[in-house]
Design a protein around this ligand. Structure first.
Ligand code: GLY
Length: 561
């Protein structure tokens, strides 16, 4: 039988299909003049509004940061910190580190009890917080790289807080279930749990105290947060409850502008997060380890691909445990970690079929556990500026403490330090010396906003929350686009997996076939199923189009203009 025109089209489509990539690909949001991808629709709209009124991508990123502090209470914040990676239209790149720093009164053993056992103080309550960096970091970015007046970027968030917004199903569920520890702190219980009369989907969530705090920040700038009324109230509340953050800590807080890490892979240039992120070195090391193995020939989703990528993850995470920490306090051997000879020897140690037990990779230390609650957003404007921001309170709803009279939650980022270097912590993980607590030190992070360039121009920008899984989620989406040629939405949707050396377990999302899982088990992997990993927000740049890809695992949204 002769083929009909329709069969010819289907045959042509099949011929172009990359193995493992369905022809019914999910589609990103496409626009030409600006794109904002965040995990929450009001924040996405706030960013788009700024672009529409003449702001650049940095302006929009600042506005999104403040809006998420109102509408995504579990991770969006002004009481936490994060990283902003910027690629400017003129080709310059920069990285703004506004992560929390340990207060002056912090000390190495501050989370150990009289018997030397780690307590839960690093995760819950007033003592868990590092000095917040978000407001300083966003102001720094706005002053140095933005165009619009500061107040115009903060005011939309102040209004969202004081007038309220309608809670979605997931937001109401998160407040009810995700914020369990909030009930222990009366101010948090009142604001976020309505004293036990939980918010329902469709309710209007009004936060007058937060609205007033944001209004002061809009009028007076970061000075209010670090030296003014907000600083005073925060320091008083800390003092009244045994917290460590003082007025002096707040006054001394500075954002640090750092040079991004760069590397190449398969003809692309990667611009990514330097220490105190552990993520950039991880992405570059793992891609370099994979390069030349031919892993990609297995096809997306194959046991071969999962095997090689997992072996790269295992080896990188062993190094992370040993060597990574705040570069202003410890020597991070970046050159050695990225040395092609070292990476070649790591690559050579990968058995093409069998899993290498983690105990044989390196007897060493894992540098801390991290919570999965963080958030990432990505913005691009029509001039060619691209911004990728990951920021966090660390755990969902941070320390669960709301600063009295101020309406915002505080982080529990001190838990990203190694509470007890050299010994297993309460989660059974062994932590590294390089990440021990010291006054004014920055805890190691996995947050890794990343921008990929092709021929010197933006090609892909992305990031994710997820503690240590951040690094692997970002790696996988990069590989999905660069090696498996998936469109960006498919690449984000694709099922993920994670290995972090210790524990020696391969975590996998649903979506891998039972035969693939069985094959991996026969190769020596212990597999744990998880519902979802990460929440990538990506933009791909394609022939003048901006393609926004939010993560369907949560309520991510992309809007363009
Ligand atoms: N708190 C999560 C991270 O910084 O990796």
């Amino acid at each position: 039988m002769l083929p009909t025109p329709r069969t010819l089209i289907l045959l042509a489509a099949t011929a172009l299909t990359v193995p493992g990539v369905p022809t019914w690909a999910a589609q990103p949001v496409r626009a030409r003049h600006g794109m904002v991808v965040t995990r929450e629709r009001h924040a996405t709209e706030a960013g788009l509004q700024v672009l529409a009124s003449g702001g650049n991508a940095v302006d929009a990123a600042v506005a999104v940061g403040f809006a998420l502090a109102v509408t995504h209470s579990s991770a969006g914040n002004i009481g936490g910190g994060g990283f902003m990676l910027v690629r400017l239209a003129d080709g310059r790149t920069t990285f703004i580190d506004f992560r929390e720093r340990a207060p002056e009164a912090a000390s190495r053993n501050m989370y150990l009890d009289a018997n030397g056992k780690a307590t839960q103080d690093s995760t819950l309550g007033y003592r868990a917080s590092g000095v917040p960096g978000t407001v300083r970091g966003l102001e720094y970015a706005s002053q140095k790289y933005g165009k619009l007046p500061w107040a115009s970027l903060v005011r939309p968030a102040a209004e969202l807080a004081s007038k309220g917004f309608t809670l979605s199903y997931a937001q109401a569920q998160s407040l009810r279930n995700g914020g369990r520890g909030l009930a222990r702190f009366p101010e948090s219980n009142r604001i976020f749990l309505r004293d036990g009369k939980f918010y329902e989907p469709g309710d209007t969530f009004v936060q007058p105290e937060l609205g007033r705090t944001l209004d002061r920040i809009a009028r007076l700038g970061a000075k209010d947060f670090y030296e003014g009324e907000t600083a005073r109230l925060l320091a008083e509340d800390m003092q009244a409850h045994g917290g460590l953050i003082t007025l002096d800590d707040l006054r001394k807080y500075t954002a640090i502008e750092r040079k991004p890490l760069t590397g190449t892979y398969h003809g692309y240039t990667l611009v990514t997060a330097p220490p105190p992120s552990s993520g950039g070195v991880g992405i570059l090391q793992m891609l370099a380890m994979l390069d030349g193995t031919g892993f990609e020939k297995g096809g997306a989703g194959s046991a071969t691909v999962v095997h090689y990528m997992t072996e790269a993850m295992r080896r990188y995470f062993a190094d992370r445990a040993e060597h990574l920490g705040d570069p202003d306090f410890v020597k991070v051997p970046l050159t050695a970690l990225l040395d092609p000879k070292y990476i070649a020897s790591q690559r050579a140690s990968i058995d093409p079929v069998q899993a290498t037990p983690s105990s044989q990779v390196r007897a060493g230390k894992f540098s801390g556990h991290e919570s999965v609650e963080t958030t990432h957003y990505t913005v691009a404007d029509d001039q060619g500026n691209v911004v990728a921001v990951t920021y966090t309170l660390n755990g969902g709803y941070g320390s669960k403490v709301t600063a009295a009279g101020l309406g915002f939650l505080l982080n529990n980022e001190m838990d990203d330090f190694a509470a007890k270097p050299g010994e297993a912590n309460m989660f059974g993980l062994i932590q590294g010396e390089a990440n021990a607590i010291a006054p004014r030190k920055t805890p190691l992070s996995s947050m890794v906003p990343t921008i990929v360039l092709k021929d010197g121009q933006p090609f892909l920008a992305l990031g994710s929350p997820g503690g240590p899984t951040i690094i692997n989620s970002v790696l996988e989406v990069i590989v999905n686009v660069l090696d498996f040629h998936m469109n960006v939405q498919d690449a984000v949707n694709w099922p993920r997996f994670h290995h972090q050396w210790m524990p020696d377990t391969l975590q996998m999302e649903p979506g891998y076939s039972p035969d693939t899982v069985a094959l991996l088990q026969s190769r020596g992997y212990t597999i744990r199923r998880v519902n979802a990993q990460g929440e990538v927000a990506a933009i791909r740049f394609e022939n003048g189009w901006l393609e926004g890809a939010p993560d369907p695992r949560t309520e991510g949204t992309a809007e363009g203009r």
